[in-house]
Design a protein around this ligand. Structure first.
Ligand SMILES: [Zn+2]
Length: 242
């Protein structure tokens, strides 16, 4: 649910230029009524050079977090540059999937009319939970049942798209749905199945400190929903592979 009205005050370019980069980007998002949750991509609202400005902003706030944690970053050489490192890591590495557009994917028409089950995986997943910003590390398998109207994409593109979706703070249940939506849109298969299995460091490093718990979830669409045999074939092939 977005909250329009109050935030929809028109600002001139001159006014906008006096704001910080995060305020400008937020203004554009709100003006467009666009959601900007932790797992949303906001690349189209970021102008050239603003990622560097955001890095500066995040580093300054991160420095305040370290100060609030009563860490002497002046004399502790290990934490001296930590605020800058964390800002860079968030914006250009671990949460990069929020700030850059979807990777270029060339789609090929299915000329040879492939209609056999195809499985891609395991694709390594590196993500973070949006509740604690703790790492989520795991694997994803994608099952595709193409038809003659489907587009085919290169195998490596599945990894690139997965990396783009997973490089955001999120929860696993929503991550697989987002990945399924993007692949459905690009490949247009008859059936699409995704299984994700991951370790949640917020369960291991903190909280219940259960080192062995993994979370597995799946999305099944189209023929995978209707056809129990296809579903079984996919899941049994996964079990052989893992
Ligand atoms: Zn968590």
């Amino acid at each position: 649910m977005s909250t329009p009205s109050a935030t929809k005050i028109f600002r001139s370019e001159e006014e906008l230029s006096k704001l910080s980069a995060s305020q400008r980007i937020r203004y554009r998002l709100q003006a467009a009524d666009c959601r900007y949750h932790a797992n949303d991509n906001i690349a189209e609202f970021i102008a050239d050079g603003e990622i560097d400005e955001l890095r500066g902003e995040v580093a300054a706030k991160m420095q305040e977090v370290l100060e609030a944690l009563v860490i002497d970053t002046d004399s502790d050489h290990n934490t001296n540059e930590t605020a800058q490192r964390v800002a860079k890591m968030f914006l250009t590495e671990v949460f990069r999937g929020r700030y850059v557009p979807i990777p270029e994917v060339t789609e090929f028409p299915n000329i040879s009319r492939l209609n056999e089950l195809m499985i891609v995986g395991p694709i390594t997943v590196r993500s973070a939970c949006s509740h604690h910003l703790c790492p989520v590390m795991g694997r994803v398998w994608v099952g595709i049942l193409p038809n003659e109207h489907s587009n085919l994409i290169g195998l490596s593109k599945y990894s690139r798209i997965c990396e783009w979706i997973m490089g955001r703070p999120q929860i696993q249940e929503e991550a697989v749905i987002m990945l399924a939506d993007v692949l459905q849109d690009r490949v247009k298969p008859d059936g699409l199945a995704i299984v994700m299995e991951a370790d949640h460091f917020c369960m291991q490093w903190r909280g219940v400190k259960d080192n062995d718990s993994k979370m597995t979830n799946s999305v099944m669409r189209g023929s995978f929903l209707k056809d129990a045999n296809l579903r079984r074939e996919f899941l049994s092939l996964l079990n052989q592979k893992s």
